[in-house]
Write a protein that binds this ligand. Sequence first.
Ligand code: AR6
Length: 168
Amino acid sequence: MELVQGDITQIPSDAIVNAANSSLLGGGGVDGAIHRAGGSAILEACRKIRARQGSCATGEAVYTTAGHLPAKWVIHTVGPVWQGGNKNEAQLLSNCYENSLRIAADLQVEHIAFPNISTGIYRFPKELAAQIAVQSVKATLPTLNSKMKVIFVCFDSENHQHYQSLLH
Ligand code: AR6
């Protein structure tokens, strides 16, 4: 596991994870940044997935091309909206990391970059989200037939500090 502070759209990686919403049709935050930088091919691919399966449930993940991004794939996962902690938010957030890693392993990626899912517009407490992210990755990686490198990409310094204390 590695830690980087910056914009995930600039990180060269086999797969970049998007903190999407269940419509898969784009939005603000990191989702908006990924669609803007990656171009229309990502939205076109998302529309095809919607036509096939409908929306993407919270905690689930799907993958598309990465368009113009310096990556092969974008894995779109839908984090939970924080509603106080009694709506299964922790498990659903953990599922986002686990399901994204499972797709990445199927795609045989060697590097995957995660943003801090749910910690922006969806208001998940950052410290708890960081603990769940690290724990979920630590629990999932050994179950996969993969030597994948996981890069946590923190946009803001508060998230970066939480990950720093967890990873060192
Ligand atoms: N690179 C890396 N991280 C980023 C970037 C970036 N370019 N931009 C923002 N972040 P958010 P959510 C961080 O709000 O909370 C969208 O509208 C940000 O600082 O992007 O899961 C979707 O369509 C924060 O730490 O995602 C959904 O409707 C983290 O990314 C909704 O927002 C997540 O913030 C999802 O909300």
